[in-house]
Design a protein around this ligand. Structure first.
Ligand code: TYD
Length: 209
């Protein structure tokens, strides 16, 4: 089975907690809307009522790694069927705060979960659907930890130590190496305006703006 035809664009934002991607997603949405695009902003885990309920479980309930991976992909399945695929089919640009690269980085890299199982789940759930562009917000794990410390109470992932986030970062690097045409690293340690300038340049270069 293959994913349904799509005339819209699917853009994902990735990076370790504290990299600052969430503050750029709305800027990016506004920028694309001024160019006349219909933009759907969403997130993972989440994006539909069921997926948001699964998100709450994944972020706050202790569970083993396979359960965690299955719930994240169950949420993704519902999200794809009911929100992402319909939006892409009608020509919208979908901006998604995290997607499957986060599963490979967090469950695979961070938790050390079996990558072959994740690849099987990816095939089952996505039927070939992949983002057109993935903006990878890169920042040193120590700097991200300092940013997180200034923010709100941590969830099950945000409370992990720096070694965990170093493994997550390595997980992203592996995914980036496997899909260099899709992944674009963004230097997220820079000032906000400088980070935005990089994003604007990438979108313009790729004809997505
Ligand atoms: P995020 O939305 O970035 O958190 P916040 O709202 O706190 O900014 O992501 C939620 C957490 O879920 C994040 O720590 C990473 C984790 N996560 C996974 O472990 N696996 C996944 O597949 C996804 C999508 C997220």
């Amino acid at each position: 089975m293959t994913a349904p035809p799509a005339s819209g664009r699917f853009i994902t934002l990735e990076g370790i907690d504290g990299a600052g991607k969430s503050s750029h997603i709305e800027l990016l949405a506004a920028w694309l809307r001024t160019r006349g695009q219909e933009v759907v902003v969403t997130r993972e885990p989440g994006g539909t009522e069921l997926a948001e309920r699964l998100r709450d479980l994944v972020l706050h309930t202790p569970m083993d790694a396979l359960t965690e991976a299955l719930l994240v992909f169950a949420a993704r399945r519902d999200h794809l069927l009911h929100l992402i695929e319909p939006a892409l089919a009608r020509g919208a640009t979908v901006l998604c705060d995290r997607f499957t690269d986060a599963t490979f980085a967090y469950q695979g890299g961070g938790r050390g979960f079996d990558l072959d199982v994740l690849r099987d789940l990816e095939d089952w759930v996505q039927r070939g659907r992949q983002p057109d562009l993935t903006l990878w917000f890169r920042i040193a794990p120590a700097s991200a930890a300092a940013r997180r410390a200034a923010a709100r109470a941590p969830d099950r992932f945000e409370s992990q130590d720096e070694a965990f986030f170093a493994r997550v970062d390595a997980g992203y690097a592996t995914r980036c190496a496997a899909a260099p045409g899709r992944f674009v690293p963004v230097d997220a340690s820079a000032e906000r305006a400088a980070v935005w300038a990089q994003i604007e340049a990438v979108l313009t270069q790729r004809g997505l703006g």
